[in-house]
Write a protein that binds this ligand. Structure first.
Ligand code: NAG
Ligand code: NAG
Ligand code: NAG
Length: 436
């Protein structure tokens, strides 16, 4: 949804988008569960509700011949790296449902949507695809939601429709679209048709339409606890890492995504009580070191490093989340360390972050020589399989994912040029604060 681009020619192009829809089958094999003691029919029923894998998800990417060559570099990052088979079709994506093809979810996106496929697959497996689900997220930009709907899944952020709903949607789409010829994007049309079918949006905060410009730092360094599912509009923002172009920077993020997708951007906060330091880690991206005592609720606020999608002097800049100021003076900001490299060995992960030089700022003595931060962590398992302990749980298979809890971390007791941080599960009643 790009409000500045509402020219008629643009609308036409968009209407032609589906003629260039790219259908991507994800080709990893179904991981079926072992249930030898169960009768065949029950086993079949359980398998049909087993967690989905990549091969059950079909991606339909709206593109135009004009934008595609430019966007191919983003697509390659999540598409080809995920071993996705690409096919071109000229039919509307929702019309392609066939019960025999094993597709359980249809995911729609734009050619500048970057998907985090593993996280998406795990997230969708929380929902029963035999029921009607429309899963996505609205815009971060308040005015866009006022204009379209707070309950619409914005197409750039991507959204998913369960196969059972998609089949019905395909049947009624033409008749319902007649009533919405004025609507700009296919996402608004689908939203309207789904509303007529009586289906509402299931909100998943990991989808990011990113109706914003400038520096995404504030957004990426305070991601919600749910897994990162998509990023959009990366052409409109600055490269997400310094001293890299956009493609390089995104590729750099994917080095971490490939090692531990579920942890990417997840925020962990730890305190150094003796030196009075607060450290906020956005895993796989950046670490901020604050001098003094910053409370966790403050660190969860997004630093306003970005501007609204709409440009101009009289533009409202209301976003859908709570924010805090990002000081203009770089010396008043925390020291930032950006991801340098990630190494993994089975479930152990070491990620390194190097200091981003912003000028000669006077810092606390303890931080004078600090150049590198090493972070030790364990791969995050978002697995729903853990809940399969007995028969009854098995019937709920795929409908549960452990509710996420932020992890805790510890800072090495001494450090000079490099600091080591260990991320771990918090104790049962452990609080994340600078208390003694
Ligand atoms: C970005 O940098 C890479 C590596 O230096 C280069 O191959 C690529 O052409 C650059 N892309 C753009 C759009 O400048
Ligand atoms: C840190 O700040 C919080 C509130 O902002 C306060 O309750 C707490 O006592 C402070 N802790 C220390 C060690 O200064
Ligand atoms: C800390 O690092 C600095 C700069 O590299 C070095 O000169 C100093 O000797 C180190 N201090 C200790 C205690 O190792």
């Amino acid at each position: 949804m790009q409000p500045n681009m509402l020219k008629p020619s643009r609308v036409k192009t968009l209407l032609l988008l589906l003629s260039l829809t790219f259908i991507l089958y994800l080709i990893f094999h179904v991981s079926t569960i072992k249930a030898p003691s169960l009768s065949d029919s029950l086993a079949a029923d359980i398998v049909s509700r087993s967690p989905i894998s990549r091969c059950h998800v079909l991606f339909a990417i709206a593109s135009s011949s004009k934008s595609w060559p430019r966007r191919l570099s983003y697509f390659r990052l999540w598409g080809l790296r995920s071993a996705i088979r690409v096919a071109r079709v000229v039919k509307e994506a929702v019309d392609l449902t066939d019960e025999s093809d094993g597709v359980r979810w249809f995911v729609f996106g734009d050619d500048d949507t970057v998907f985090f496929v593993d996280n998406l697959v795990k997230t969708l497996s929380k929902y029963d695809d035999n029921r009607w689900f429309y899963v996505g997220s609205n815009s971060e930009y308040y005015e866009q939601n006022v204009k379209y709907s707070f309950n619409m899944a914005f197409g750039g952020g991507g959204f998913a429709v369960s196969h059972s709903l998609a089949r019905v949607l395909a049947r009624v789409l033409d008749s319902c679209l007649i009533r919405y010829p004025h609507l700009f994007g296919s996402d608004a049309r689908i939203f309207s048709c789904l509303a007529e079918l009586g289906v509402g949006l299931t909100h998943e905060p990991g989808f990011h339409q990113l109706d914003m410009r400038g520096d995404l730092f504030g957004m990426l360094s305070a991601h919600p606890l749910s897994p990162l599912l998509s990023l959009h509009h990366l052409d409109a923002v600055e490269p997400i890492f310094p001293n890299m172009n956009r493609t390089q920077a995104l590729g750099h993020l994917f080095k971490a995504v490939e090692v531990d997708p579920a942890r990417i951007l997840q925020q962990t906060v730890c305190y150094d009580r003796s030196r009075q330091l607060t450290v906020s880690v956005a895993w796989g991206y950046a670490i901020q070191v604050y001098e003094g005592n910053e409370s966790l609720p403050d660190l969860l606020l997004l630093q306003r490093t970005f501007t609204p999608w709409k440009r101009g002097a009289n533009v409202d800049s209301h976003f859908m989340f709570n924010m805090r100021d990002h000081p203009r003076d770089p010396c008043k900001r925390p020291i930032v360390f950006f991801l340098e490299s990630v190494i993994s060995d089975k479930s152990d992960v070491l990620s390194n972050y190097i200091k981003h030089f912003v000028g000669d700022c006077v810092r606390a003595h303890a931080l004078e020589n600090l150049e590198l931060i090493r972070v030790l962590s364990q791969k995050v398992e978002l697995d729903v399989e853990k809940v399969v302990m007995n028969w009854f749980d098995m019937l709920d298979y795929g409908l549960e994912m452990e509710s996420p809890r932020r992890q805790c971390c510890d800072i090495s007791p001494t450090f000079n040029e490099s600091m080591t941080i260990q991320i771990r599960q918090c104790g049962l009643d452990e609080l994340i604060s600078m208390h003694f």
